[in-house]
Design a protein around this ligand. Structure first.
Ligand code: SF4
Ligand code: SF4
Length: 110
């Protein structure tokens, strides 16, 4: 799947993300992204031109975000949800203005 950088995933889903990129996915350095707000690592404000600040980190392939995909026949297929969102960009524009809301995970609660 080719991500069209619409931002839907990174504002809508609850997902586990690394907190401090310098430390990587180690115990105590992962946090929940609550959803319905922008992920702390999302860069940009315009659907279709958004990017992830941690995509290039060597540990990124270990994260849940890296395994996100869709049911498809070809890895070269553009994201169907992205095509829809880019045709209706206001679906994500409002959420892009909502600051990151972290959800502290149980293992970090002590
Ligand atoms: S870490 Fe990157 S890919 Fe994952 S939700 Fe945040 S901005 Fe999106
Ligand atoms: S919905 Fe598709 S195009 Fe939009 S951010 Fe998610 S994977 Fe990328």
């Amino acid at each position: 799947m080719i991500c069209l950088r619409c931002g839907h995933c990174c504002v809508s889903y609850m997902v586990i993300v690394v907190d401090d990129p310098e430390k990587g996915p180690v115990p105590g350095n992962v946090v929940g992204h609550e959803g319905n707000c922008r992920c702390k690592h999302l860069v940009g404000d315009e659907p279709g031109q958004l990017s992830c600040a941690v995509h290039g980190r060597p540990w990124y392939q270990e994260t849940p975000c890296a395994s996100h995909g869709q049911i498809e026949q070809s890895p070269e297929a553009p994201c169907r949800m992205g095509e829809y969102v880019l045709a209706h960009p206001d679906l994500v524009r409002d959420l892009l203005r909502v600051p990151f809301r972290p959800v502290r995970l149980t293992e970090d609660a002590s």
